[in-house]
Design a protein around this ligand. Structure first.
Ligand code: SF4
Length: 279
């Protein structure tokens, strides 16, 4: 059995930065509360929780005075409330997510109806919509436009697939554009995401089995698995080595491994170690 690792995998700089900020804050302040998971990875959350970080669901649950904003950002109204309440706010929003938030707000200010290509239930998308005015919507398919709509502005959730975003835009251009006079498009898919997707795609075409490691609620890990599956290769999305059943990998001659942007390298090493035990 040969095990090949994707050259671009695991922690991106936005996740690394968020973890560094959390580690520094928990050391200096003694306690820290994160508004939701700091990154979408249970092993990272558990590691920081062991050092004194607490996850809260809303500002009402604050017990201390130091609040961490996760890497995928929060709604503008939550940010405003946190700052007005006098809390020590540590903003770990990834700079690339923050840029997408600014794009969404600028489009709204300039009078565009904003479309965010992405998952409406994802925290990052909720944060983008909250800065884009009441008419803003999240989409994954081309919507029907009202006859009176004149200008739309489009951006993407940062962790979407560039290919799917491009397909969406092509379908939009091919649709009944009604009275639309202006369409403005911002490519806000992040480079770290795109590089992980590209190297996963290349690796998937050379192996018999792809293992995609990362949180089951991690959007970028789910997209990596979808991209690998699109090549036709047998693909498994696992969070830890414990989820890996020998019946899946025994007998496979080439196994490829990649990991989402919030997956620590030690989790990848555990998976590789389990595979090596069966050699
Ligand atoms: S995947 Fe991209 S946007 Fe998301 S935290 Fe990492 S660098 Fe930032």
């Amino acid at each position: 059995m040969e095990v090949k690792l994707a050259s671009e995998r695991g922690f991106c700089f936005g996740v690394r930065r968020a973890i560094d900020l959390a580690e520094k804050a928990v050391t200096e302040c003694g306690s820290l509360e994160s508004l939701g998971a700091i990154v979408h990875n249970r092993q990272v959350v558990d590691m920081l929780s062991a050092r004194g970080m607490r996850i809260i669901g809303s500002l009402d649950e604050m017990k201390g005075d130091t609040l961490l904003i996760p890497s995928h950002g929060v709604k503008q109204e939550i940010m405003d409330k946190a700052e007005e309440s006098g809390l020590n706010v540590i903003d770990a929003t990834c700079p690339i997510v923050r840029n997408a938030q600014q794009v969404a707000h600028k489009l709204y200010e300039e009078g565009f109806m904003v479309l965010v290509f992405g998952d409406a239930s994802h925290t990052e998308v909720k944060g983008l919509l909250s800065r884009a005015g009441e008419g803003a919507i999240a989409v994954t398919e081309v919507p029907d436009f009202s006859k009176s709509l004149r200008r739309i502005g489009i951006l993407s959730q940062t962790t979407q697939s560039r290919k799917q975003f491009a397909t969406f835009l092509a379908q939009l251009m091919d649709s009944e554009l009604s009275s639309l006079a202006e369409i403005r498009i911002f490519n806000t898919v992040c480079d770290a995401t795109a590089k992980r997707q590209q190297t996963a795609l290349e690796l998937a075409s050379k192996v018999d089995l792809m293992l995609v490691i990362g949180g089951h609620d991690s959007a970028n890990t789910k997209h990596l698995a979808e991209i690998c599956r699109s090549t036709g290769v047998n693909t498994l999305h696992i969070e830890t080595a414990g989820e890996l059943n020998p019946s899946v990998y025994c007998g496979q001659s080439r196994i490829g491994i990649t990991a989402g942007a919030s997956t620590p390298e030690w989790v990848v090493e555990e998976v590789v170690g389990k595979l090596e035990q069966s050699l």
